[in-house]
Structure formats: C-alpha cells, structure tokens
Design a binder for this molecule. Structure first.
Ligand code: FAD
Length: 650
C-alpha cells in the first residue's frame, strides 16, 4: 500500500531532497576533503591538539564523578536481564549533570567540550552500551543540540534548562521512511498560532520515557508558508500523543525505544526550530559533530575487547600453550589492540579539532562513524571467536555456573546497530562520496547533467578543463616520494609517506572514474564505497601516527591516563601505531585493487535476476520461521494444514 501512496517519490526526488539538505558551505579547512583531492594536509592535524585550562579541568572532574557513579551504582547485568535501565540510574545520571553535558552552564548544563562528552560516553558505554545510547540519543540528536545550534534566544531560554534535567528524543524515521526522508509522511499543518501534527514515528530511541522530542514533519506549501520538512520541539505531555509499542532488538536491550503516534497534536509556532523546510538541514548539520557519539561507544568497546582478549588468551591453555600464543589467535589479539587504539585516535582527534573550531570536521566525523562501527563489529566478532564456546555463552549463564560473566556475545549484539542507525554504512558511503567528488561535480556539473543545454555543457567543459589543467599535475609527485619526508615521526614516517602517495592515487582514481562514468558515477556504489573506505583507512592511519607521536612525546599521553601511570603508552604507542598502519595498508591495497578488479557488474546483473525470481529454486527445501504455522494461527491444527502453509515456500 505504501508503495502506491508514494509512487510520486522517485529516485530523482529522493536525491534532490538529500542534496538540498546538504551543507554546501566550507568556512574552515577540511583535512578529509583535501585527502580525497590528493592533498595530504598533515599540518591540519599535527601537532595533535590537546585539551587545556578550564575545559580540561571541568572535563576531568566530571569524568571522575561519572566513573565513580558507573562503577558503584550500576549493575550492567541487571540492565541486560531486565531489558531496562533502572529509574534510579537515570535519576542519578541526571543529578550528576549527565543529561546536560553539552548544554552551556548558563542554561544549567555542564558545558563540556566535545572531547570530554565523547570520553563520558566511553565510560557510560563501557558499563552498558544502552546507557550510552540513552545519553547520546538525548544529547547528540535529541532536543538540546539543534536548539543550541539553531534555536532563537527565547527557545534556548525555554528549552535548554529543561533538557539539562529531562530526557529527549529525535523522531525522524517512519514505517515508510528510513534512509530516504523524501518519503516523509508526518504532517504539520499551520492553524492559527499552532501547527497541527499528525503521523507515526518508528524506532524512537528514548521515545518511551522522553519528556521532550524533536519531530520532523512536513509543512504543506500554502500562502505565507514555504513548507517542507521542518523540525518541531514537542512536549510529550501534549494531548494526542501515544506511545503505542516498546520495541525490542537483538541488542541494546535496555533502550526505551518505541512507536509514537501523533493525532491532531497542537504545537505552538514558537516551537518550530529554524525556518520551515530547514528540518533536514538542521538534522544533518547537528549530526556533523553528533556523529562522533557512536565512534565513542565503539572505541569503548574496542578498549574492553582488548583487555578481555589479553587476559583470556594468556590464561586459557590448549594444546600445551596459552591460546594467545597460537598464531591464529595472536593475529586476532593484534587486530583488536591496534583497532582499539585507532578508534580512540580518530575519535579524540576529530573531537579536539571540533572543540578548537580549527577545522571543519564533517567528513572526519562521518569517516569515524563509518569506520568505527564496521571495525568495532569485526573486533567484537574476533573476541567472541577467541573466547571459544564461552564467547557464545551469555554472561548470566557463565556467572550462574561460577565463571567470570564476560558479556562478549552481548557486545557483538549491542554493536551491530551502529552500522544501521544515524546513517547506515551504505548511506554513509554515499554521503561521504558526495563530498569527495564535490570538486569534480562543481566544476563539471553541467557537463554531466543530462538536463543541461549544449551551451551550458560547453561552458562547463571549458571551466572543467581549466581546473583539471591546474589540479592534475599536483597529483603526479609529492612528499610521499621523498625518503626524508615526515622524519620527525621516526619509524612512522614511512606510513605517512604512504598516506600521502595513496591520497594522490585515490584522487587520480576518482578523476579516472569521473571521466569514465561521468554522471553515472553516482550509481557506481561499489566503486564509491571502496573509495570512501580507502579514505577512512587513510584518515585512521594519519590519526594514529599523529596520536602516537603525541603519546610518546615528553608532554605525555593525550588521553587521561597520567604520564606516570603504569599503563601510560610512552614509546610503546609507536609500536602499536606501526602495527596498525601495517594492517591498514594491507586493507588499503585490497581496496585499491578492488576499485578496478571486482564482480560488481556481474553481481548487479545477478541480483536483478534474483529479484525477478529466476533463482527461487535455490531457496527450496527449508521452512520459513517468519510465516506462522497453522498450529499457532488456529487452536487445533491438523498435520495436513501444516504441510499446506510450508508448501508455499519456494
Ligand atoms: C535500535 C534502533 C534505534 C533507532 N533510533 C532512532 C531514533 O532515535 N530516531 C529515528 O528517527 N530513527 C531511529 N532509528 C531508525 C534508523 O535510523 C533507521 O533504521 C535507519 O536510518 C535505516 O532506515 P531503515 O531501517 O528504514 O532502512 P532502509 O532505509 O529501508 O534501508 C534498507 C537497506 O537498504 C540500504 N539502502 C537504503 N537506501 C539506499 C541507497 N540509496 N543506496 C544503497 N543502499 C541503500 C540501507 O543501507 C539498508 O541496508 C533507529 C533504529 C533502530 C533499529
């Protein structure tokens, strides 16, 4: 039914809506943008920035309190068992100020920096990822951030003090609207001093317990109203709002995620954030830094996985040796430890750059979200594997039979959603690729636009010719080919030279692809995905080298652990960074190879045939658990009926 209702929303419209929501202005330099252009601007991220002065004092003080609270007042096993976060935990967090970490102090918040907000999410996420999800759904995408960034002074006065004490949520998704907001159905119809809101919102994290929500709804175009998708602050106490269902998931069992229905809900005009039609742009701009929350949760999981992998693999003896000494397991340990360091390096660097307002970090944050959510899942999977049967057993069961309750399988389940929400990995590939090819599109836009006139195409071709004549020669040679470049990095210099060369090679590949496929490039998702993944690995390598250089310096480590701490990195940071870069280079080489040698075209053809049902025979011979058997549908099913239902499969 929904397909019919929205038949008018074609792919072109979907792209147009996404394009209009894109922030096109670049006021600050961007390391990520330059990387895709073949211009490795190490100076934009090195020396590694460090927190200092008041932000550092405030941040450390809060982290100490939060760590103490999480260690003594929260039982993660209870959250997992009961599939909810106890009320006293939410109240305790509120009393600590954890609901207002990024809200300015003048509005009753803590006014923490992005760096310390991320570290706080790491602490909360290490106890329970559901807890970090509660805090981040409220603060990274919920009411406070868009109001802080786009609200009027009156709105900030009214809502921010409430946000520092109450939980909020962000409501965009609908049953028919996931990755494609062009299909948004919820409406907000102007009526006197109000908008009247109608619609259903799906998967609203915190929606079950929230006091305030941001709702995305479409204002119809009319006299005096430019209309479009708009963002509204809604008090959940307003008549007409029902939470119809609390959803349950494979992981994050403690989150209060629901289906929320709005029926003739009157929302005062004063609750509109920004202008009518600016809703998606507001949501995307909020996510520019908001996207760093999930990397924080991933980095926390990586650190914990590294610890468990070490402790377990040393202690468990099989075939006459600790399992960690068998090469197959050693490789997993090395991968987990190196990846954990890289996730933290990317997170901290991006956060500190955002705090310093030194760089535009929208690409770096998006790369961190994409890369960390994919790699954290791989690390969790390797942890489950190296724990053997105990990796697959729940912490509750392990504890019940007297063993240490290590929730490795839970971590794998909890992390999986990070590859889907706040931009699925497929959508992140497209979003980042759009930025990466922006330089090409902006000079050659009309050349490849099917709607452009011959005159427009000719003018665009001349402009593009000028751009490429200047740009292409810069891709031929660079610092990566000079043996003494980046010498201050010692053993890591060779990796930075590699990044510099790979960055130019990546830009050349994008140029060839743009020439080869022109406007069709945007449909080459296999190519675009690999290209973005190369960029992500290069950013990870750069962040790790810069971080290790700082961690090993006389100034001491970048993170909280004091220079004198038993586990302070010192020179060992260089070894870990060297190992990480070695691993990343193998992945980058495979990705480069895959740019031109792959089965993409064949796979697309095959998928079409699969969708057409040509290979339905491959599905035969099994039952389908998603179709209820007649023994469930009717009270007394007969054996012949059972056969009937399942015969329909295949
Ligand atoms: C636990 C949980 C919490 C959530 N919390 C919130 C929340 O607080 N607020 C909120 O608004 N939403 C929330 N969501 C929704 C979440 O953001 C969406 O699930 C997500 O955006 C993907 O949308 P979808 O599930 O409809 O998938 P679809 O958009 O239907 O996509 C299905 C698949 O197709 C791929 N795909 C789609 N379009 C393209 C394309 N153009 N090119 C290539 N691949 C494509 C997707 O990547 C995915 O793999 C939550 C979801 C879950 C499960």
């Amino acid at each position: 039914m929904s397909q019919r209702t929205h038949a008018h929303v074609d792919e072109r419209t979907a792209r147009k809506v996404a394009e209009e929501a894109r922030e096109t202005e670049w006021r600050l330099p961007s390391f990520g943008k330059q990387l895709f252009l073949g211009d490795f601007r190490l100076d934009l991220i090195h020396p590694h920035p460090r927190p200092a002065g008041e932000p550092r004092r405030k941040g450390e003080e809060f982290l100490a309190k939060l760590t103490e609270f999480c260690a003594t007042r929260i039982d993660p096993a209870v959250i997992e068992r009961d599939a909810r976060i106890p009320d006293d935990v939410v109240t305790g967090l509120r009393d600590l100020g954890a609901l207002g970490m990024k809200i300015p102090e003048k509005y009753g918040g803590l006014g923490l920096s992005q760096l310390y907000y991320g570290r706080a999410l790491m602490v909360a996420g290490s106890v329970s990822p559901a807890l970090a999800a509660l805090l981040s759904a409220h603060q990274s995408i919920g009411v406070p951030q868009p109001v802080k960034m786009f609200g009027t002074p009156e709105q900030q006065e009214e809502w921010l003090p409430r946000c520092a004490r109450q939980v909020s949520a962000f409501l965009l998704t609908e049953p028919d609207v996931g990755s494609d907001p062009a299909r948004l159905r919820a409406t907000a119809v102007p009526d006197g001093d109000d908008y009247v809101l109608n619609g259903v919102k799906l998967w609203t994290t915190n929606g079950v317990i929230a006091d305030l929500v941001v709702v995305m709804a479409r204002v119809p175009k009319s006299d005096g109203h430019r209309g479009g998708i708009s963002a509204f602050i809604v008090d959940m106490g307003t008549p007409g709002i029902t939470v119809e269902h609390r959803n349950q998931f494979m992981g994050l069992r403690g989150i209060e995620n629901g289906v929320t229905r709005f029926h003739d809900v009157r929302v005062p005009k004063a609750n509109l954030i920004g202008a009518e039609g600016a809703g998606l742009k507001i949501a995307l701009t909020t996510l520019n830094t908001g996207r760093l929350s999930l990397p924080a949760i991933c980095a926390a999981s990586g650190k914990w996985a590294a610890r468990i992998a070490r402790e377990w693999s040393k202690e468990r003896v099989q075939w006459g040796r600790p399992v960690g000494e068998h090469e197959a397991v050693s490789r997993k340990i090395a991968f987990i430890a190196a990846t954990a360091y890289a996730m933290e390096a990317m997170l901290d660097l991006s956060s500190q750059l955002a705090d310093d307002e030194r760089n535009d970090i929208r690409i770096e944050a998006a790369l961190a979200k994409l890369w960390s959510s994919e790699m954290a899942c791989k690390a969790a999977d390797e942890l489950v594997q190296l724990r053997g049967g105990r990796g697959y057993e729940t912490a509750e069961s392990l504890a019940a039979r007297g063993e240490r309750g290590v929730p490795a399988e839970q971590m794998l389940r909890d992390l999986r959603i990070n590859r889907i929400f706040e931009g699925s990995s497929e959508i992140m590939h497209l979003l980042i690729a759009r930025e990466a090819v922006d330089a090409h599109l902006s000079v050659a836009g009309d050349v490849i636009d099917p709607d452009a006139s011959t005159g427009q195409k000719a003018r665009a071709a001349a402009k593009a010719g000028g751009f490429y004549a200047r740009w292409l020669p810069t891709l031929v040679t660079g610092a990566g080919q000079r043996p003494n470049s980046y010498a201050e990095f010692g053993a890591l210099a060779k990796h930075l030279r590699y990044v510099e060369r790979a960055s130019r090679k990546l830009a050349r590949s994008i140029f060839y692809a743009a020439g080869r496929w022109q406007g069709g490039l945007e449909y080459r998702q296999g190519f675009l995905g690999r290209m973005v993944d190369i960029g992500a690995e290069l950013y990870a390598m750069s962040a790790v080298c810069v971080r290790a250089h700082a961690d090993a310096s006389a100034e001491g480590p970048v993170a909280s652990a004091g220079a004198g701490s038993a586990t302070a990195p010192g020179k060992s940071a260089l070894l870990l960074a060297d190992a990480f870069c070695g691993q990343a280079r193998v992945r980058v080489e495979e990705l480069f190879d895959g740019l031109w040698r792959n089965t993409d075209a064949v796979d697309v053809k095959l998928a079409r045939a699969v969708l057409a049902g040509d290979f339905a025979w491959v599905e035969e011979g099994v039952l389908d658990p998603s179709i209820p058997g007649p023994w469930i549908a009717s009270s007394e099913p007969g054996p012949s009926e059972k056969e009937d239902v399942h015969r329909t499969i295949g």
